[in-house]
Design a protein around this ligand. Structure first.
Ligand code: PMP
Length: 306
């Protein structure tokens, strides 16, 4: 059974986990009207740090802006809540989940409801399973497409978007795959159920553009920055499905998935069928931020003790 942490932050204070409840008629429960973030904290030589906390909370506010969800706290207050909930649960390596949602206050689609805000934190290992960071996963292309850009904005990290993600992820698991990859409504490659994609050709990284109905991932941005800094070419471009089968290496990235190699797609081996050298190099650069072997020149590690 799922183990829950003792404490959670909700609407301004830390409370026992069991007390952070929502009314069954809350707007968000019916209509998907929530915005959220997924953030990780790591142990570092300088103590526990939250990775790109401020950038994640900025994205939370941008997601809320798209849907006119008024967040009754400042960015600084939500940052502080993230730190507080980690400390209250005695966590170091954790996953943080801030969420702002339309609460109880009206049943119409455009009802002016109050916004409730919560931040949870719990220990989380590799998202796609034990050993996947080393061994990689087998992925498939989903029969479900991502939503078109003029339907639901993929650039907002909103609750309702994750109906699409659930279809992609559950279909993949049902068919025995580790994760599903979706095509955009254009037919071009988009992203994983909850991860961005990087393909490797001749030592260069190729990643799909935000126009392909994907979330502008903070891990994606981190890897683009680290790669360029280290002389690895990065190309953002439209990519057709078959390039998944033709590339030398392939990996998914996201806060939860970190850098997960993909060793096959639709039963076809990617490259040698094993995680390759560029993927390993990106993992080393990324995880090096947390053991100190990659210098954090960008202020991405925000101390929990803040
Ligand atoms: N795409 C989707 C659909 C996601 O849910 C996520 C996870 N937030 C990502 C990409 C990766 O984004 P990030 O690196 O900011 O976690």
């Amino acid at each position: 059974a799922q183990q829950y942490p003792d404490h959670i932050w909700q609407n301004g204070r830390i409370k026992p986990w069991a007390e952070a409840t929502v009314h069954v008629m809350a707007h968000a429960l019916h209509y998907g009207s929530s915005v959220f973030e997924g953030i990780r904290s790591y142990e570092t030589p300088d103590g526990p740090a939250i990775f790109r906390l401020t950038d994640h909370i900025k994205r939370l506010f941008l997601s809320a802006k798209i849907y006119d969800i008024a967040i009754p706290y400042s960015l600084e207050e939500i940052n502080a809540a993230c730190r507080e909930v980690i400390r209250a649960n005695g966590l170091t390596k954790a996953y943080l989940r801030p969420v702002a949602y339309r609460g109880l206050g009206g049943f119409g689609l455009s009802a002016e409801t109050p916004t409730d805000v919560a931040v949870a934190a719990w220990f989380m290992g590799p998202y796609l399973g034990a050993g996947v960071l080393e061994q990689g996963i087998d992925a498939c292309v989903s029969s479900w497409q991502r939503f078109a850009p003029n339907t639901i904005p993929a650039g907002a990290k909103a609750g309702g978007n994750y109906l699409s993600g659930q279809l992609v992820a559950r279909e993949a698991r049902r068919l025995g795959f580790g994760e599903g990859i979706a095509l955009a409504s254009t037919g071009l490659l988009s992203e994983g159920a909850g991860e961005n994609l990087f393909l490797v050709f001749d030592g260069a990284l190729h990643t799909t553009p935000v126009s392909a109905a994907l979330l502008n991932g903070i891990t994606r941005n981190t890897l683009i920055t680290l790669a360029r800094e280290n002389g690895i070419e990065v190309v953002e471009r439209d990519l057709p499905r078959e390039y998944l089968y033709l590339c030398d290496e392939l990996f998914m990235c996201g806060t939860a998935a970190e850098i997960t190699p993909i060793r096959s797609v639709d039963g076809k081996p990617v490259g040698t069928g094993k995680p390759g050298p560029v993927t390993a190099r990106m993992q080393k650069l990324f995880f090096g931020l947390f053991d100190g072997s990659t210098q954090d020149r960008w202020g991405w590690l925000e101390p929990v003790s803040g």
